[in-house]
Design a protein around this ligand. Structure first.
Ligand SMILES: [Zn+2]
Ligand SMILES: [Zn+2]
Length: 340
């Protein structure tokens, strides 16, 4: 079979490899499509994992199942999550399932940018989801990214009536806008430097979209600022803008992972007397992927137009670069491993 292996962010090669062999409780799946994650397409992140086969937003068809597998059979069309959590450890019990040791030890073999993948036993048991007809392959690709948005807005514990500001209106921003509305925000505002993305934010449900400006934000929030701010771009300037944009009692959530060593200045005096919080949201767990699938199956998420670029395995390097650079007409790339 063929797969795309990264040796560095700038060196991705299509290679031949024997298809993975499956054991008891496992499944072999033929990958139909795999999304390119915004949180994965960053040089510092890819380079520390190399050599590796990336891709964790896959949809495929089960080809074979190992001994003892019940509940799945060849022909099933599925999303399969790359990580699972144990549900019993301290982190899981405290609600931080993405910090579970099992979450970091489980993974797909070799990764979604491959013609075939082995779904290990835990991943098959705990977070492989059959797709209903209403969830096409290209919608299924959005399960994992949307699950990250669901994880984020769940962690915000929105109050009915909250105004949420979403900073960054790339594909994740557009999903965060929709998730925030579905989880209780009364009004969602969006900020982006690119005019095309501001227009997209309006199409996907923001009531206003503007270039970062505190004056504009205040005029949209009767002078208060936003009750919650979701900071997408993994850059200190974006976080600083988010802090300035938050209302008294507001929460600022870091959604995109910043590179190691990132520092920013926080005025703790103001933070204290305004009783503001800084929080984070990392990845998603099995309860989030199920919620994402339910929302997609029920037609509650606008997905049309989110995938803007399609590649074969030979295009994975280009797809990563395009995702990293971003641009007005780019939202999300998807890889079709069986296309030439
Ligand atoms: Zn992802
Ligand atoms: Zn655990």
């Amino acid at each position: 079979m063929k797969l795309a292996r990264c040796y560095s962010f700038n060196d991705v090669r299509v290679e031949d490899a024997p298809p993975p062999r499956i054991g008891p409780g496992e499944a072999l799946v033929k990958v139909s499509i795999c999304g390119v994650c915004t949180g994965e397409a960053m040089p510092w992140y890819v380079n520390r994992k190399c050599p590796t086969v990336l891709g964790h937003e896959p949809v495929g068809i089960i080809q074979r199942v190992g001994a003892g597998v019940t509940g799945f059979r060849p022909g099933d069309r599925v999303f399969f999550h790359h990580h699972t959590s144990c549900g019993r450890c301290v982190e899981c019990r405290r609600g931080h399932r993405t910090l579970c040791r099992e979450f970091h030890e489980t993974r797909l073999d070799p990764g979604g940018f491959s013609e075939f993948v082995r779904i290990p036993k835990l991943n098959l048991q705990k977070d492989t989801l059959k797709l209903p007809k209403s969830v096409t392959d290209e919608r299924g690709v959005l399960i994992e990214p949307l699950a990250c948005s669901v994880h984020a807005v769940r962690r915000l514990n929105l109050n009915a009536g909250d105004t949420v500001l979403v900073i960054g209106a790339g594909v994740m921003g557009l999903l965060n806008i929709q998730a925030a509305k579905l989880f209780g925000a009364r009004k969602v505002l969006a900020c982006d430097l690119l005019p095309e993305r501001r227009r997209a934010a309006l199409r996907y449900g923001a009531s206003a979209a503007f270039a970062p400006s505190l004056a504009r934000l205040r005029s949209e929030t009767a002078g208060r600022g936003a009750d919650c701010v979701i900071v997408g771009p993994p850059r200190p300037e974006a976080l600083e803008f988010g802090l300035a944009a938050a209302s008294p009692g507001g929460t600022v959530q870091l959604f995109g992972p910043m590179p190691p060593g990132s520092r920013t200045r926080v005025e703790f005096h103001d933070l204290y007397f305004r009783e503001q919080s800084i929080t984070t949201s990392y990845s998603c767990d099995a309860s989030d992927t199920r919620a994402a699938l339910r929302l997609l199956a029920a037609g509650k998420i606008k997905t049309r137009g989110l995938i803007t670029h399609r590649f074969s395995l030979g295009g994975v390097g280009m797809a990563l670069k395009k995702t990293f650079r971003g641009s007005g007409n780019f939202l999300k790339a998807a890889v079709y491993p069986h296309r030439d």
